[in-house]
Design a protein around this ligand. Structure first.
Ligand SMILES: [Zn+2]
Length: 390
């Protein structure tokens, strides 16, 4: 019964118009959640971070969407304490959460789950170069270091006690959990819900299971819900109460039902991807994630493992015709007039500019990017190198 009531409240907030804009403000916000605990709320549903101030240093939980966010996060932290950042906890191994760790670490330790540690040990040379160059003032200090030199890995449960604060890290074991860690402050009843916590933004769940599976996320959400958090910081979207977790459970159950219904009717996957709408959550942004969510569930329901995607490297040169979301998505017009959509990530190595926020229309560029075999990536091709010649 409790769940029903909460679900009504949840749908009500959408119908009532509160969430129709479905997005956080157009500027990041640094908000006090409890004594010594702060949330950095990303702009326009960009990733959130958290800062826990103790008498023995600061613990950051994730590092902001972009290098500019990481710098701003640091400024905010410095406005409330003189303590240095001692630990950076990574809740999910994606650059919009982990990319800024290198601004603090070393000397800070970056805490990751052991599955993430394995992924960092297998980084490709261009990713390590991007890691060293992410913040120009850090490049010299990192020249002889590898990303794995800066981490401390943890397994299923780990409690960090620092300056009188208790910070619990929770990994919910699951074959396809890529190493997501929730961060729980038992005294303050505040939870950073890692990848499983989303609000007002369709989650980025992919058929290669790089963000886990809906089944695994449901398992995480139920574990987190059992803690009865008073405050939840989601990976993306506004800070909310514990009901956020129930809302996400409803979301995932509904998503699975919708795909299952269509499968039962014999609808082919390509049509399922088009017809999968999640209308009950119509106010949420990033609807471009929907086809991938459908494709992921479609695999899961058949008991299939992750989709193995092979990629081919391609090169282009042309002129930037459009750059949005701080240069994350860039359209380049090449010689024959064709437009190529690139997805510029934290793993992209830049030449001629410091980072992606400096990409502008009209720039002459060349790029090396990856074309996956057999699929048209909704967000654009992942970019390995991006060179601006102006
Ligand atoms: Zn994210």
């Amino acid at each position: 019964m409790k769940r029903m009531v909460t679900m009504c409240a949840f749908v009500g907030s959408i119908a009532g118009g509160m969430s129709v804009s479905a997005i956080t403000g157009d500027q990041p916000e640094f908000r006090k959640l409890a004594e010594d605990v702060y949330a950095y709320i990303g702009k326009l549903n960009d990733s959130n971070a958290m800062a826990i101030v103790t008498t023995e240093g600061v613990v950051l939980v994730d590092t902001g969407n972009n290098t500019t966010d990481t710098r701003e996060l640091l400024k905010h932290v410095q406005s409330v304490t003189k303590q240095p950042v001692r630990y950076v906890v990574i809740t999910q191994n994606h650059n919009d959460h982990s990319g800024g760790a290198v601004l603090f670490s070393p000397p800070a330790k970056t805490i990751v789950h052991e599955r993430v540690a394995k992924q960092w040990a297998g980084l490709k040379p261009h990713q390590i170069t991007a890691w060293r160059r992410r913040f120009p003032e850090r490049t010299a200090a990192l020249e002889r270091l590898n990303p794995t030199d800066t981490i401390q890995s943890v397994s299923d449960r780990f409690t960090l006690r620092l300056g009188g604060k208790e910070i619990q890290l929770i990994y919910v074991a699951d074959e396809y959990n890529p190493g997501d860690i929730a961060v729980w402050l038992p005294k303050e009843r505040i939870l950073h819900a890692s990848m499983a916590g989303y609000k007002d933004r369709h989650p980025d769940i992919r058929p290669d299971y790089s963000h886990g599976t809906t089944e695994g996320l449901l398992k995480q959400l139920k574990t987190y819900l059992a803690l009865s958090p008073a405050t939840v910081v989601p990976a993306h979207g506004p800070v909310s109460g514990g009901w956020l977790l129930e809302g996400m459970i409803e979301y995932l159950l509904l998503a699975r039902d919708q795909v299952q219904e269509m499968r039962k009717k014999g609808v082919p996957l390509a049509d399922i991807e088009k017809q999968f709408q999640m209308k009950a959550f119509g106010g949420w942004d990033r609807s471009e994630h929907l086809p991938w969510i459908a494709a992921t569930i479609h695999r899961e329901l058949q008991g299939l493992g992750p989709q193995i995607i092979t990629v081919a490297e391609r090169r282009l040169s042309g002129v930037v015709s459009n750059a949005v979301q701080d240069g994350r998505f860039v359209t380049v017009t090449v010689g024959d007039g064709t437009q190529v959509r690139l997805r510029v990530t934290g793993d992209t190595v830049f030449e001629g500019i410091g980072d992606r926020t400096q990409i502008r229309s009209g720039m002459k560029v060349s790029a090396v990017y990856e074309v996956p075999d057999g699929i048209a990536p909704a967000l654009g091709f992942d970019t390995l190198e991006f060179t601006v010649s102006r």
